[in-house]
Design a protein around this ligand. Sequence first.
Ligand SMILES: *Cc1c(COP(=O)(O)O)cnc(C)c1O
Length: 368
Amino acid sequence: MAVPLMDIAAEYRSIKDEIDEALLEFLGSGKYVLGPYVERFEEEFAEYLGVAYCVGVSSGTDALLISLRVLGVGEGDEVITTPFTFVASADVIVRLGARPVFVDVEPDTLNINADAVKGAVANETAAILPVHLYGMPCDLARLGEIAAETGVSIVEDAAQAAGSKYAGRLVGTFGKVGCFSFFPTKNLGAYGDGGIIATDSAELAEEARALRVHGAKRKNYPGVIGYKARLDAMQAAVLSVKLKYLNRWVSRKRELVNAYRERLAGVAGVTLPAEPEGREPAYHQFTVRAERRDELKESLQYRDIGCAVYYPIPVHLTEAFGFLGYRPGDFPEAEKAAAEVVSLPLFSQMTDGQLDTVCSAVEEFYVG
Ligand SMILES: *Cc1c(COP(=O)(O)O)cnc(C)c1O
């Protein structure tokens, strides 16, 4: 039996009638840009998170870019972030003329090491950008203390973590600003690109709303040079339907991860992801460390079992970021993780039988 890494079309099929109806209603409305669909979804997502404001934007990347910009990040500034992430977390910093300052990750959560963050804070530090990788919440208590001690704002990259909780509270609500992506494969996925900025600050929300439409608070009166980065109204119509299912889908994925844990606990060669006390990840990926990782990957692929490496090269060692002057060995934990991680199939419609197929293949690879 073939098992895909993810099956987002299966998710669509599970709510097809409702989605189709919402899309047909949208098409008949004529309200295709911003307007009622975007406003409704912004309100719903703000209520879901428990924040005062949400600003829908065109992607998670633009959510990060605009968030940093409203916090005043620019030329000569530094932003502290993790090298073990999707490139978007760091490239937005460079696009604003600021410098990403990487610090290493914790070996158990693969998230930014808060003590290292503390050590990296300097006069130039304009923001701290932690990433809840694979949906695993960062050490938000410690990061919050550092932000309070230093006065530096936190922008949470919660692109992979819609529905994840830290100490019982949804992530993306701890920093000055939280950024989410609705890329189709994310926990809450649209049928195209989308993203959102969450904040309790009326002022930051207003600035972000202007930046997504050419920097204009009033139409045709641009106050600053902005972007064209609105959440698409059709995606908002889809997201309003899908948000109702997010908690259910997160629970199902957590159930599947528990089943993985039971099955793979005894397999030498596989190290399961930690789930520290107080953190309740909405697993975007189920990512293990694997001995002979590349061979395992080939063996799974040979059996038509989807798997993928996120991310094979830590950002500081990519060609694009070469100009920063980092060298192999600078962040040993991130580099070790990049060499060892592999994500196994996980999606809300995955069946117990599919999970069994994956586990048997992994067992067979290591145990024979
Ligand atoms: C997906 C992702 C982004 C970017 O979101 P897009 O919607 O694809 O632009 C940023 N950071 C992380 C960690 C992501 O996984």
